[in-house]
Design a protein. Sequence first.
Lengths: 204, 204
Amino acid sequence: MVKTEKIDSTQERILAAAKRVFLEQGMAGARMQDIADKAGINKALLHYYFRNKDKLFETIFKEVSSQFFPKITDVIESDMPLFGKIERFCSEYIDMLQKNSFMPMFVLSEVHKQPQRFKERFWKNMGPVLARFVGEIEVEMKKNKIKKMSAGQLFLNMVSLCIFPFIAKPLWMVSSGMDEARFKQFMEERKKEVPKFIIESIKN
Amino acid sequence: MVKTEKIDSTQERILAAAKRVFLEQGMAGARMQDIADKAGINKALLHYYFRNKDKLFETIFKEVSSQFFPKITDVIESDMPLFGKIERFCSEYIDMLQKNSFMPMFVLSEVHKQPQRFKERFWKNMGPVLARFVGEIEVEMKKNKIKKMSAGQLFLNMVSLCIFPFIAKPLWMVSSGMDEARFKQFMEERKKEVPKFIIESIKN
DNA sequence: GTCTATAACTCGATAGAC
DNA sequence: GTCTATCGAGTTATAGAC
């Protein structure tokens, strides 16, 4: 080996720590000290790697939100029939969120504070793909393959059913008395239940 | 008049200002100075009325989250048939959120940070009511009035469809290019669309 | 009750040695 | 690259006059 890759480099530990802290606390709530502690270094070194908090946040937000959307692209771009796409769209989405259940809260609460920034940096790729999906739904309606309704409303229904449970996760767990394992199982069932629920509603 | 009620008392102005600021910024992002300014007083006086930021926050959170759930109680406790309840549950809920679109983000992001606190202080009243509603749904399923599925999943679907659009409002507006007026109209349509969508899916 | 002034503190950021 | 020490801005909170 000519080059030694330090597998657990300082930079990587910083990013991992920052991700945890930002996802849990949001930009305003996160503390550089806390990130430094979790990365096992001190604040000065943190600033050495990422000039300031804003740049660090930016990096994490980019990473997180670029994971968050694009897997979906594959499904939409595929040549499956619509019901198949809906099934896979929902189950893939829920699956991804199960592995990253902090993401929706994080992304949404930051978009909520900086909508313009989000639009400029993250929407340009994803927008057209989703627009195409909505267009495809409209075509199926015109052909009377599915019930006629607003395609925008239907799309919003779809993402609501997938994403909301993860945003409401702490509330739901506390309210229903579910523990982590039970919640996981409940979401597992949802991968089938959600598309079934949707298709049941729109099929002719 | 024996007693003069100062209709726009300092305390009330503080609470109104604090509500605005906390709803927009969350606990961590809100500044006492900002609240004081919006209330037209200074920080010292703010501390005179509410010993510290935490106590002030607590008060607002209590007020906001106690508005957030209970209107729903009336609908659930009424003696309408199930489909009627679903219709009114959704339309009332969406209506309430239209007037307070910051609430869901606020409540959820704080519950997310302090789940236990929420459980202890705000769940005791609402829990049983919602449990009764879910129970009623189960009964209708047993009687084969509606399709059989998990009543918990159905209930979660219902609240997801109502609440999520308001959480995603900034994201949705940026993505779809809707302005405030168009979004309002879109939500107006949703008051009919959501219950229709649900009932279409569960009816026999 | 309300104000001015300021203490006390938190936190992001930098200087400078190693 | 990494550390210790410290600065300085911004905030919460209090003292004390009116």
